[in-house]
Design a protein around this ligand. Structure first.
Ligand code: AMP
Length: 542
């Protein structure tokens, strides 16, 4: 027997319709790429997104066409996304921090037809556009007055292009499983792989992300998504924000401490989210200036492990609650969040910080397990670690074009490539990437645990741990360190600091000092490059 309820397909443009109707005058504020702060509302965004859809159709774009965006977080970028989705197109975010050749490769793989770009990226677009055969049109997210000189063909200023539409358009109707968006994984090894979100998965993810024990956001919040739309959908905030009717503050291209502080302060932001690197810059700025964060209530930190010292500073010095989160492009991206369940609600001080080092628990809609190499499920005891596998309605079922099929099994479990343990309360802790974990004498050493420990040292700015070949143990850890400006900790002082804070056999065999640690385009430590750099390194214990 079937239920007798309505079919109401979960389509992304319904999010914007709802926002415009129920929260129409709620503001969307952007730091524009041209410079000034500009203001619109959800009603304004919807009106212009309709024009985007109408205008795309008028120049021959069809449902399923990939519409690329190379843009910072701004209202115009939102309009382009919703407009593309509303005519059945597929937004495709490109990460400008990738090499031009990689971006061109990705665009060709996705066969992008249109590219919306910010002014910032025009030199990059001039390099790559001629090598993307499918590309028909470049739309620069600016007005005629700011259009740069360019030798490219088929280029137009967004405002001029949009002015040719009157917005008399109805969103197209289609199945909720229709593709809505695309994002390629950063791919530290091998070619990038395309994740294809559906309307249904985006809508469900936005609902999941907003729940009280996930991000816990509401119409009363003012949200600053510092995490870029090109990094896994701004962690869903471009959809959760309008769904719940929160005010949105879009930071444009400026993510330094002073610029982020200015928005937090003047717009009275209550909720924000980004990777640890961004928060390092903000905290440094606050320390230098003595400024405070009177409006901010919550910060979500993820993308890489949130250092304990960062959580401590936000909570103790600024009274801002930290939610440590974990996720992946393949998961839309949220997988777990470290909000406090009743069993842990009374934890205080160091005990609470211990818990917050974990990446948190899975919300409804994310199933999780850890397995050994033989795919046997491991116990949730908070210490046995293994491969982390996930499934759910906003988790990829395959990659675009069938790439990377080995990561998916027949029961839909997706192998995240992360190594983790889960405690009896369901709190998961990432201990490594499967390819980074150090195998010493048949046992595993977590490089992330060691890195977190090392950055707790007051004179260390950043730390990375890699495995170095060892004749007896197979591999042993080498700690690579960037010193804080003006500080000069010694090798022995660092190792002494770590002694007693980790298992004896985990202690790095040596410390190497570097000026800089290489990062990927999404801000993670690039261990492949680091391993290459230290390929011929001989440990003193070898
Ligand atoms: P991306 O798809 O670029 O967001 O990368 C996803 C990967 O980032 C995950 O598989 C993890 O390895 C890593 N990651 C994300 N969040 C965290 C976190 N909170 N702690 C540790 N690693 C993380």
């Amino acid at each position: 027997m079937l239920g007798l309820m309505q079919q109401w397909p979960l389509l992304c443009h319904k999010i914007l319709d709802h926002a415009a109707r129920q929260h129409g005058d709620r503001e969307v504020v952007s730091r524009s790429v041209e410079g000034p702060i500009v203001r619109t509302t959800y009603a304004g965004i919807r009106a212009r997104a309709l024009k985007v859809a109408q205008r795309l159709e008028r120049e021959g774009r069809k449902p399923g066409d990939r519409i690329a965006t190379l843009g910072w977080n701004t209202a115009r970028h939102l309009e382009a996304w919703y407009g593309a989705m509303g005519m059945g197109g597929v937004y495709h975010t490109l990460n400008p921090r990738l090499f031009p050749d990689q971006i061109a490769w990705i665009m060709n793989h996705a066969e992008d037809k249109v590219l919306f770009t910010d002014l910032t990226f025009m030199p990059l677009v001039e390099k790559i556009a001629p090598s993307v055969a499918s590309l028909k049109r470049v739309i620069v997210l600016t007005d005629g007055a700011h259009m740069p000189e360019t030798g490219l063909r088929d280029v137009v200023a967004y405002e001029d292009w949009l002015a040719e539409a009157d917005g008399d358009f109805e969103w197209r109707g289609f199945d909720e499983n229709t593709a809505a968006g695309m994002c390629y994984t950063s791919g530290t090894t091998g070619d990038p792989k395309g994740v294809v979100y559906s309307h249904r998965s985006n809508v469900l993810h936005a609902m999941i992300a907003s729940m009280p024990d996930a991000m816990g956001i509401s119409s009363r919040d003012t949200i600053l998504p510092v995490v870029p739309m090109f990094h896994a959908n701004a962690w869903g905030l471009a959809q959760s924000g309008p769904m719940i009717g929160a005010k949105l503050v879009m930071p444009g291209g400026k993510m330094d401490g002073a610029s982020i502080y200015e928005l937090l302060d003047t717009e009275k932001v209550t909720f924000t989210a980004a990777v640890p690197t961004v928060w390092l810059m903000l905290l440094q700025y606050l320390e230098e200036t003595g400024k405070k964060l009177p409006h901010l209530k919550k910060v979500v930190i993820g993308g890489s492990a949130c250092p304990r010292a960062m959580t401590e500073k936000f909570q103790n010095n600024y009274d801002v609650q930290v939610i440590h989160a974990w996720g992946m492009t393949e998961m839309s991206p949220l997988g777990s969040l470290g909000t406090l369940k009743p069993a842990y609600a009374d934890l205080k001080g160091a005990a609470q910080l211990d818990l917050q080092e974990k990446q948190g628990h899975a919300p409804f809609g994310v199933e999780m397990k850890v397995t050994d190499d033989g795919n046997r499920e491991l116990p949730w005891d908070g210490k046995t670690f293994g491969r982390l596998k996930v499934r759910g309605p906003a988790v990829a079922a395959s990659y675009y074009g069938g790439d990377g099929a080995e990561q998916f099994d027949e029961d839909d479990w997706f192998d995240t490539g992360d190594v983790a343990h889960i405690d009896p309360q369901g709190y998961m802790q990432i201990t490594d990437r499967a390819k980074d974990v150090i195998k010493s004498g048949g046992e595993w050493i977590s490089t992330i645990d060691l890195e977190n420990l090392a950055v707790g040292h007051p004179e260390i700015a950043e730390a990375a741990v890699i495995g170095i070949a060892h004749p007896k143990w197979d591999e042993r850890p080498l700690l690579v360190v960037v010193k804080k400006p003006g500080k000069d900790p010694s090798r022995d002082a660092i190792l002494d600091y770590m002694k007693g804070r980790c298992a004896k056999w985990w202690l790095p065999d040596d410390v190497a000092f570097v000026e800089e640690i290489p990062h990927t385009a999404t801000g993670k430590i690039q261990k492949t490059t680091l391993r290459e750099q230290f390929r011929d390194y001989r440990l003193p214990t070898a």
